[in-house]
Design a protein. Sequence first.
Lengths: 385, 141, 546
Amino acid sequence: MNAPAALAERIRSGDRRAIGRAITLVENASPGSRALRTALAEFVGRARVVGVTGPPGAGKSTLVNALIRELLARGQRVAVVAVDPSSPLSGGALLGDRIRMGEHQADERVFIRSLASRGHAGGLARTTGEVVDVLDAAGFDTIIVETVGAGQSEVDIARLAGTSLVICPPGLGDEVQALKAGILEVADALVVNKADLPDAARTEAELRTMLELRRRGPKTPLLKTVATSGQGVAALADFLAQRPLRPKSAVHADELTRLLSRDAFGAHLGIEFVGGAEGCATLRLRVGPQHLNLWNGCHGGAMFSLADMALGLLCNSRGKQGALIDAHMTFSVAVKEGDLLTAQAVEVSRTKKLGIYRSDVRRQDGTLVASLTGTVYLADELSPR
Amino acid sequence: MPERPPKVIVTKIGFDGHDRGSRVVAAHLRDAGMEVVYTPPWQEIAAVVKLAAEEDADVIGVSSLATDHLLVPKLVAALAEAGLGDVRVIVGGIVPPHDEKRLLEAGVARVFHPGASLDEIAGEVRRLTATARAAREGMAP
Amino acid sequence: MNARTRWEQAFAASPEAHKRSVNRSGIEVKPLYTPDDVRRGYAEALGFPGEYPYARGIYASMHRGRSWTQRQLIGLGTPEDYNARLKHLLEKGATAISLIPCNSVYRGYDADEVAVELLGTCGVVVNSVDDMQRALDGVPIERISCGLNDPTPFTLLALLLAVAHRRGIPSAAITGTSNQSDCLSHFVANHMFFRLALPGARRLLTDHIAYCNQRLPGWNPLSVVGQHMQQAGATPAEAMAFTLCSAIQYAEDCRARGMDPDAFLPRFTFFFDISISFFEEIAKFRAGRRVWARIARERLGAKNPACWRMKFHAQTSGADLTRQQPLNNIARVAVQAMAGIFGGLQSLHTDSFDEAFSTPTVEGARIAVVTQNILRDEAHLADVIDPLGGSYYVEALTDEMEARIKALIAKIDAAGGMYRAVEAGLVQRMIGDSALAFQRSIESGEQVVAGVNAYQVEEKPEDYRVLELPERKSIEAHIARLAKYKRERPAAAVRAGLDALAAAAQSEKENIFRRVVEAADAGATHGEICACLRRELGFGQPLCIV
């Protein structure tokens, strides 16, 4: 088995060290990170991603702590990505958020990773999305991304999380005005934490007024919690449970499934969609009698179709329509009836008009059976049928 | 791409709670451009090992002022046990001379005493980060 | 040209004239002080010793009448080890005793709950009434004052009372102090003594003060601690100001309970650090006394002059000691002790020179005590009351320190009081900033530390003598004995005691400390009492601010 596949397998088995190392790889876009993401792609898209943001002192970490407790009690495994700002002067960072999650530090069902924002404007680290994908592939049921509310970060989180929670401490005053500006536009729910404090009722009333003034968009729910006592946390977990796993716009899986469902030839061959992430798509085919050649091996054309379709999905997403103009395929190992083939396509390079893609086909044991390299001409999207 | 910053854990194990030294060192390492994960005192050894794995740390700095350093050999052994033998461990604080020898024999990379300069500590952490990463290159990821 | 102008010109011509000097509290120190720097009148600013506002000392006769108490803290190993050292001290004429428990006890655990390597290395392992009995074997607790390092929930006092009960001594005869009862200072600066979440610790402390006021007339239930904060990096002005803010908070909690300030304030005591910044420390103590007198009289409304007096124990600063050339520390401790004595302390602990690399050895501890004797008996520092009073510099600096202290108190008041300020991390952040700034001044060489950034010599640290740690065998035997104790005690009574303790914690009205005393008397151990209250009131998770 090759190195990325081996690492992917360790990640899937819950090896904490491997997950930690893999996060460093993708966090730093180190050599090997792309191959790793490819190897993990088919396992991405199953976790619920929750963004938690709010001003300092809102009790975010305490609330995350309480939420972890509730989710553990519901039998989940939980990962947290805690993002702290890097110093613009030194580039260094003090990653202290996990301090306040002390209660769950040692729990085997919990994985906490601190990230420094490294000057990324959104307040989220540039590669947070990839880090979330690794944790998703590692099988965590919920991934909580916590950041200090610093203007842009809420918008970044909204692109990543199926649910964005904005935590409001009582007695906000002027900060409510600031909230109005940006955060409310992307919040899927406002949470008034420390709801037992005297100012809480007033804050709640102010926020309700503000929500009512807002004309467009869906009605944003307002939840109340007391993180220190756990009050309201079960209701919050219930709310999360009925939310989408990831935001519609960012879920490649959704988009790719939609595209695949319109591809008649793919349906005819029995190709299934497995998973997708940024710059990567994975499809699967169980080899049946209808795929066999004269010698009872899998027909090269079937494998070409599988690889080509994975490649096609990738270049047809993101508002572009791709046309394969040249391709080359190498077959290395024979495939028999009953084998389960997986094709993973990755983007090797991409300019405005031309993309180069590779699509590897593997057997269930991980052996590479065929590999396709193709050049695609990218046009602006025509309306698909 | 510039070299990624060292990732350092600054922690305290055992019973003691005096954290002036660990706070000053953590703040200085941050200002020296490092990414520092800071923990409260009284960490269990298993929790530090888990932390090192999750954070993919290069160096762990343990502050000890009241004989807690006696537990550090256990930490070094537990790291090795968990496949984290490449993570470098340094100790700072009040460590009697004969204990320092024992710590170094147990695999601690360096012991800093009261009066050590912050820049010296930062320099050593950088050097150890390089050796930790080199060791890791040689290992399966 | 008048004399002053002549001096100014002559001074300005000297090469050193432009060197600035700023003390640890951030006050710029002038090259010369004159009568122009002392503006307030004698009676208003100073008065006489033993009289309001007590700048010159809280008693009329001060050290001339009665020397300060030499209170060296001890504690190591098993109760028997501790008892042997205690008897040795009593034979040498000690009139008061102290007890430092093992760090496992500080953290709220029994010996059978923790890593065995650390047991007894920094204090004595006391978990049960039997342990306390052994620790105090042959010690006349009805006649001797006991200083117990005993944070919330004050189990050591409870065990001491249980021993008294077994010996037939009435609790009213027990005298001493609950050191380390100040939960705020632990929360801010020294997590070591922090066991319960802040709200629970706060309630227990008020219960403790109420209980002691009613039943233990000879006991000081509260020592408000500035020492931890200054050791954590607070400047002398910050340490004094924050300590007084804590005292205000505790006094207001007691008043809210319906207690009378004139009854509880005389039992408030203070505990400060003495750094080597000599004049600054003297000014800190003189200014602090004056500020507290006004707070107690005007803000807290106390009418009894005993309430206005800031009684304090002080300890020389371990943070100033160096591992390099350790014998230099003897000189440092002497200077620190002098500052404390001139500052008018009531009780003094001098550090051992070897604390920078070891738990103090017997020799180190002896030199520390002798240092006090030399200052008093050979150097005659105690002969004149407030001997630096009237120094233009000391009086001007006292005024400036007072202004800084008052400004810091106003800042904490504006943040809603000490509890609010520490929960928001405000105090921790200020102390952390001061600690980093001070360390940087050492790094830059601006602050000289002999042996560290100046005057270094080649040394062989492996030749330093360090304390032998207690034998593992005796510690292991102690753990076995604890198991036997737990098997053989009356289980039903212990159960009932702990149940009553839990019920008191839930009741919100009942005095919890009373139930701690009863549970200890029934045979419950320190670890069991702490575990019960951790469950009921929450664990003391530290708030770490960097």
